[in-house]
Design a protein around this ligand. Structure first.
Ligand code: NAD
Ligand code: UFG
Length: 339
């Protein structure tokens, strides 16, 4: 029998790519999403890629009764992947309570229902933001957690603690916490990708919109950092590679008895790429020029951070495979479908 997985936030960017990979791996998927940052049309994209339309519940995970009704209507859910969250760093500074309520209530409700619904494991979307500005790079999972610089970042730190405390209380659940570095790109079919709402705050959607002529020019936020070319360095991870790690994590929780009840993995490539290098990669791989200029630093930006992904490489037997050039091509192909 196929195992059933609940994907919260499954019509979102990473959730939709993960749903595709779960279905390709033979899992049944039930999505819950309140469509606050995504569209029902994403289901068409998922179906076009996999031939399967996932079950979809439009609902809010902060409402425990909605979740109870979902478990009743879809019995036999064995695992949860919790993507549902608000994720805009700047907005979280303006509306902290929205972020604490949405991100923390969603997690608490899911954890509370897991034992009574017989759900064995939960994969949680965390972020490299928990490391703050690292003392050294690449950064591994044993590095200290730094004070959060935004309410959004704080929800990730608190969420990790909530999971640990709940599991240590003896609750019969397991969890794998995945700390993503910078997810970018789109499915190679260009049928799903990141749906930008309003003016993009993140580099790659801003870049592809500039290449498409929707924005006049891209501003590089600072070229006076202590990095080889002066622009900030990140670890850009292809979203399909990222999605595949969730399938491996879920399988591990459901099938293995000998693993720790809470495990944490960095998901990155292990390679630091500067903003200017990323623009170069886009231009080289697509042949499309990106008008850009150097602007001032963006407040709160980390200078450089990239992952030591060895723990995930060795324990999960997962490696980020896609090249940055291919990933940029996928982001561009997706942008062109949005026109
Ligand atoms: P996204 O906004 O595309 O997807 C999140 C989905 O959750 C959206 O479809 C939204 O409508 C839904 N949602 C939000 N609150 C909900 C609620 N209360 N009930 C039901 N649905 C709700 O974001 P994403 O980029 O796919 O991110 C997924 C997860 O990964 C988030 O937890 C995010 O914090 C985390 N993450 C993302 C990044 C990144 O750069 N994209 C980096 C690190 C961590
Ligand atoms: N950048 C520009 N110009 C832009 C946008 C971004 O130069 O128009 C630069 C930033 O200064 C940074 C890099 O591109 O150096 C990446 O910026 P993003 O906003 O794409 O990503 P961040 O690394 O700042 O933040 C992302 C997510 C956060 C998350 C964090 C760590 O947006 O939600 O990764 O996971 F907290």
């Amino acid at each position: 029998m196929k195992e059933k997985i609940l994907v919260t936030g499954g019509t979102g960017y990473i959730g939709s790519h993960t749903t595709v990979e779960l279905q390709n791996a033979g899992y049944d998927v039930v999505i819950i999403d309140n469509l606050s940052n995504s569209s029902r049309k994403v289901l068409d994209g998922i179906e076009a890629i996999t031939g399967i339309r996932p079950e979809f519940v439009e609902g809010d995970c902060t409402d425990i009764e909605t979740l109870r009704a979902l478990f009743k209507a879809h019995p036999g859910i064995k695992g949860i992947i919790n993507f549902a969250a608000s994720k805009a760093v700047g907005e979280s500074i303006e509306k902290p309570l929205l972020y604490y309520r949405n991100n923390l209530m969603t997690l608490i409700n899911l954890l509370e229902l897991m034992p009574e619904e017989g759900v064995k494991g939960i994969v949680f979307s965390s972020s490299c933001t928990v490391y703050g500005e690292p003392d050294r790079n690449p950064i591994d999972e044993t590095a200290p957690i730094k004070p959060a610089t935004s309410p959004y970042g704080n929800t990730k730190q608190i969420s990790e603690e909530i999971i640990r405390d709940f599991v240590h209380s003896g609750a019969p659940v397991k969890s794998i916490i995945l700390r993503y570095f910078n997810p970018v790109g789109a499915h190679p079919s260009a049928k799903i990708g990141e749906l930008p709402v309003g003016v993009p705050q993140n580099l790659v959607p801003y870049l592809t919109q500039t290449a498409a002529g929707i924005r006049k020019e891209l501003t590089v936020f600072g070229d006076d950092y202590d990095t080889p070319d002066g622009s900030c360095i990140r670890d850009y991870i292809n979203v399909v590679d990222l999605a595949k790690a969730h399938v491996i994590a879920m399988k591990r929780m459901l099938e293995r008895e000998d693993t720790e009840n809470v495990e944490i993995f960095n998901l990155g490539t292990g390679r630091g790429v500067s903003v200017l290098e990323l623009i170069e990669s886009f231009e080289r791989s697509t042949g499309v020029k990106v008008p850009h200029r150097i602007g001032p630093r963006r407040e709160g930006d980390i200078e450089k951070i990239w992952a030591e992904p060895r723990h995930a490489n060795e324990v999960l037997a997962w490696v980020a495979r896609e090249t940055l050039d291919d990933t940029m091509r996928s982001a561009w192909a997706w942008q062109q479908t949005l026109k």
